[in-house]
Write a protein that binds this ligand. Structure first.
Ligand SMILES: NC(=O)c1ccc[n+]([C@@H]2O[C@H](COP(=O)([O-])OP(=O)(O)OC[C@H]3O[C@@H](n4cnc5c(N)ncnc54)[C@H](OP(=O)(O)O)[C@@H]3O)[C@@H](O)[C@H]2O)c1
Length: 270
């Protein structure tokens, strides 16, 4: 069995490959990278590295040759129309390469969202279905990294976390938890034609975040609702489904998701 992974040089790709190495031998993994030099650390671990650029369709068929399982990690391009074209190149090449199983890192509950990235993810899922290749949609929740856009270090300094008022709830999780499940699904049988909503099993709230920051900093952090806040992140959060949850992630992980306190720790510069 050979497992081919695109976006292998990215943060999620690196976490997935680290987890995969605990489950399969390095010769079974093919890391696809846009710049071959970013694959050097993989080669040193005995992993095959191939060139793959979503914008260069001619690079893709060779990259995917012999793949039993191909994981398409969604493109990081900022323009969703371009991402759609890039993903179409990958999907077409997967079909030509006769890939046995195509897995895709989508976004959780995309039908409930109204921003262009969720339309892109749904469009990609539909495009994958046109191929007839058995698929798995790994619908990743929002990464908890988004807390980095909430001025949490300023909140610790002031003892107050300013938020836009509202009944906010978050199903976000860490990349590491998502990567662990992606690696498990890639290395096990039984996941063909399945859709997994990879969110926290229970949502967390801004009260929970204030508690986590208080515990991490040793200071009391209280919430300060402020309708005047101008922060782009709230516009985005209000147009995706951050509330719905599923037990898929914890079931596939076989353990609870990383706690909020542990998840926000890397974003605190005390
Ligand atoms: N769920 C969420 O909250 C969330 C948040 C942000 C992003 N995402 C999505 O999740 C994906 C993975 O996240 P991440 O943290 O690993 O992102 P990342 O660290 O930015 O990695 C993106 C990967 O995509 C590769 N890539 C970009 N354009 C490419 C192209 N034209 N051809 C081939 N490879 C290309 C990059 O290669 P290089 O190293 O050469 O640039 C890199 O390996 C992102 O790409 C994005 O679609 C999800």
């Amino acid at each position: 069995m050979s497992i081919v992974i695109t976006g292998a040089s990215g943060k999620l790709g690196r976490f997935i490959i680290n987890q995969l190495l605990q489950k399969v031998s390095s010769e079974q993994i093919i890391a696809c990278v846009r710049r071959l030099e970013s694959g050097k650390p993989y080669e040193e671990q005995g992993i095959i590295v191939r060139h793959c650029d979503y914008d260069q369709p001619e690079s893709l068929e060779h990259a995917f040759a012999g793949a039993s399982r191909l994981l398409l990690i969604s493109s990081s391009h900022h323009d969703d129309t371009i991402r759609l074209r890039q993903h179409a190149h990958v999907i077409e090449a997967a079909k030509k390469s006769k890939v046995d199983h195509l897995l895709y890192t989508s976004f959780a509950f995309p039908e409930h969202g109204s921003v262009s990235p969720v339309h892109l993810h749904l469009a990609t899922e539909h495009a994958i279905r046109t191929t007839g290749i058995p698929f798995t949609f790994l619908r990743n929740a929002l990464y908890t990294d988004f807390v980095g856009a909430l001025d949490i270090n300023e909140a610790i300094k002031k003892g107050k976390l300013s938020i836009v008022p509202g009944d906010w709830k978050f199903n976000s999780v860490t990349r590491q938890d998502l990567a662990a499940v992606c690696a498990a699904v890639l290395s096990e049988p039984g996941h063909k034609n399945k859709i997994y909503e990879l969110t926290a099993s229970a949502p967390w709230t801004f009260e929970d975040l204030a508690d986590a920051l208080s515990s991490l900093s040793g200071k009391t952090i209280s919430l300060q609702p402020d309708p005047e806040i101008r922060n782009w992140i709230y516009g985005f959060l209000s147009k995706i489904d951050t509330t719905s949850t599923s037990s898929d992630l914890e079931r596939l992980l076989g353990r609870p998701v990383t706690t909020l306190k542990e998840s926000v720790k890397p974003f605190i510069s005390l």
